[in-house]
Design a protein around this ligand. Sequence first.
Ligand SMILES: Nc1ncnc2c1ncn2[C@@H]1O[C@H](COP(=O)(O)OP(=O)(O)OP(=O)(O)O)[C@@H](O)[C@H]1O
Ligand SMILES: [Mg+2]
Length: 1042
Amino acid sequence: MTLLEGAVGVEDLVLLEPLEEESLLKTLQLRYEKKEIYTYIGNVLISVNPYQQLPIYGPEFIAKYRDYTFYELKSHIYALANMAYQSLRDRDRDQCILITGESGAGKTEASKLVMSYVAAVCGKGEQVNSVKEQLLQSNPVLEAFGNAKTIRNNNSSRFGKYMDIEFDFKGSPLGGVITNYLLEKSRVVKQLGGERNFHIFYQLLAGADAHLLKALKLERDTSGYAFLNQKVSRVDGMDDASNFKAVQSAMTVIGFSEEEIQQVLEVTALVLKLGNVELADEFQANGTSASGIRDGRGIQEIGEMIGLNSEELEKALCSRTMKTAKENVVTALNVIQAQYARDALAKNIYSRLFNWIVNRINESIKVGTGEKKKVMGVLDIYGFEILEDNSFEQFVINYCNEKLQQVFIEMTLKEEQEEYEREGIPWTKVDYFDNGIICNLIEHNQQGILAMLDEECLRPGVVSDTTFLAKLNQLFSKHNHYESKVTQNAQHQYDHTMGLSSFRICHYAGKVTYNVNSFIDKNNDLLFWDLSQAMWKARHPLLRSLFPEGDPKQASLKRPPTAGAQFKSSVAILMKNLYSKNPNYIRCIKPNEHQQQGQFSSELVAVQTRYLGLLENVRVRRAGYAYRQRYGPFLERYRLLSRSTWPRWNGGDREGVKKVVEELSLSSEELVFGKTKIFIRSPSTLFHLEEQRRLRLQQLATLIQKTYRGWRCRTHYQLMRKSQIVISAWFRGNAQKKRYGKIKASALLIQAFVRGWKARKDYRKYFRSGAALTLANFIYKSITQKFLLGLKNSLPSTNILDKTWPAAPYRCFHTANQELRQLFYHWKCKKFRDQLSPKQVEILREKLCASELFKGKKASYPQSVPIPFRADYIGLQGNPKLQKLKGGAEGPVLMAETVKKVNRGNGKTSSRILLLTKGHVILIDTKKSQAKTVIGLDSVSGMSVTSFKDGLFSLHMSEISSVGSKGDFLLVSEHVIELLTKMYRAVLDATQKQLPVTVTENFSVRFKESSVAVKVIQGPEGGRNGKLSFKKKGSRGLEVTV
Ligand SMILES: Nc1ncnc2c1ncn2[C@@H]1O[C@H](COP(=O)(O)OP(=O)(O)OP(=O)(O)O)[C@@H](O)[C@H]1O
Ligand SMILES: [Mg+2]
């Protein structure tokens, strides 16, 4: 632990050994010399003023301390601020930081350090930053108007300040409230040697530019102002001019308007100028002394500045109106009284201005009502004062310090020890001085010094400070803490330090002798009504608002509460406030009287440690427990550390706490179980618990995060899924709808087309456009009908040779007419064919064959057509001889004719009868009636015939045939067409061969292994007469003329 490691002396005086004043001082000194100005007593911080800037502040250190708990790092004011802030933020406990110590011990600096630490670690954001800035900037303004150089401290706070900083539940500052206590206003008109008036006067004169100075009717030189101490106008290390700029800008940051700043400066200037108003003796007509203004110019300027008639001001300064129920009595004031009135006015203006500034700041930083707030109070109040000449101010200041000491005693020493007893914890009582008796001496409602003072102030009759002192002497003659010349005398004590007009109180911090002079006055704190009224009459808005009682309508005869009573009640409020919060102590110690760094005056420090009760503090602390807590809240805070108590615990709080502690196996010495609270001896145990809790919280936070994230993702996923389903359903639905729409539209279109088409079809006939066609068709049909009927009636004869046919009446029937003609012709032919007998058919076939063979080729053919083929031209039926020749097996003779056989050798002809049977050609000698030659049809290889009208033809034999050896036959027939046709048909029937029939004029005829070239020439008759002449042409040629 850092408390022990490498510490200079001890970091915590609880560890001091031996526990004596001497060693305590030595430790503090040692640490001070090593520049360790902070030391703990438990959670109380002791701060020794270093009077030098140490490199232990700033963002770096703030960052370091915010991450550690109290005892983990070196003792530091940041650690205390951090502890207070964390306790406020995390444990929801309002805090107060009580900074006490003598003047110059470093309270104000400490309070600023605490504020700057809290400002640095608390929340961020535009709004928050501006609040922070306003809170921080209130310091320079209040210091300018409320601080002054004193002998003890160059920047001594001449007012008490308690500032509540208010935070929201997250620990971000929302704003605050400043309460000020008893400004030392006597300083406005008078300062001790070596001291200065409030800083603002010097700052204004040094820092204002010429223009501003002129506007305020001021001169830069401080020596020209009676209220400013002539000897000390400057403070070493303090730059008034630049501080003035800082104050101006701070006021702007806080929210003062330009006009407000100007008015504040005007009122400040007014105070300065009031000091220069010189009063002179005057006498009234009745001889009584009066006063008047010596130099009219000053008062003139003031009048102009505040918008008030200078005569009225003069009157208010130099006379006094006594108000009674019945009448107002005006009395002139003598110079002394007038000077008193002037000073009283200056003091009042200044102190009211100061209050106004504090209220104005509060207005800017105040937090709206209704917001739940956590509060951290910082108390920087004047320290205990023992001056050479102590007056009313010191009396109330020291009273306040007594009260604060009481808070300390109540909350640390007394309360702690009483608590141990209450809780039944074994405890050896530690003695300490309880200053309740002194507080009582001062503040007792009936018999306290303040009550006596008030009584004197209100009492009719002659009242003076002396009567007041006499009263005290009488009342407190036996009081242990009260002394005066009278009480001393009564006890036969001789004390030259005690004056006749003094009394002494044995404060907890030492004996202080107060001079009662002006106690009554100061307590009355009365301002003549004339002055209030004059101020109220001024046209200056700010000044006017400072004196509301000057308004005749507001004026009352009721006395305002006395300064003492006011102070007492505000201290009571403060105490109540402090008791309601968790206290954190910073005890400031002043190491020397000379504001010197490095000097450590043991005597001076010893006095302070004594009255601060540090040693007792250490003793109680050492014997006691660092931490205690009621079982309920303790269990609530730490039950998450044990499985038995987390998440639910049904038993009692105490048992629950025991369970938690058992499970953490904490040392039994560290813990004591009281009746209602658990006590933890050392802070380290508490920190251990806190650390465990922190870790556990992290775990739980992770668990919650995990669960939450899971839940969020799940719900998100489910939502997405549902959405996806909805979207796809809609999408699909839409797509189908579209598709359906398209199909429907198409179907409708098709339907429409079909219906249209049908309708058109049905109605086409009614269409005008179709009329022509219909007519045309009709006409066409009718002319067709007419044509056909006409044709029927004019059909030509059924004779097949009749080829006539009526012409078509119109060209359009031409093809049909031709077709019909063909049909009719074919039909006629068929009819003709059907009525033919088989014989006729055969004859016609022969004729057809002849036509195929000779038509267009032979000139005699056309003549042969009409002549029927008779076949038998020799009367074969009646000639049995010839009948025999033909051979019975061959069936009927196909042709029987007499032909001429041409001798191939000589061209001579001889008659022969030619019989054609189914298989043979038989040539019979006409004379001998016997077969001369029989030719098998299968040996005939061709026939040649001329194209003329003659009957000459050659019968070509195939070379291998028996008949062929004799060569080809050259014959002449009168029925050559019939003969050749029949022969052709006979060969075809017999051999299935088509016999080549050559129509030619030149052919050769084989004859005795050679051939004879026959050449046919047309004679003049063209062979018509059937006469042929053969002429031999050489051995191998035969010329035939037909
Ligand atoms: N922590 C510190 N570091 C450096 N200097 C310091 C520190 N604390 C105090 N001082 C010096 O001591 C001077 C006096 O301190 P401060 O004004 O805080 O005293 P105080 O206790 O407020 O006195 P008073 O009761 O008169 O207002 C400061 O002006 C400063 O120079
Ligand atoms: Mg101060």
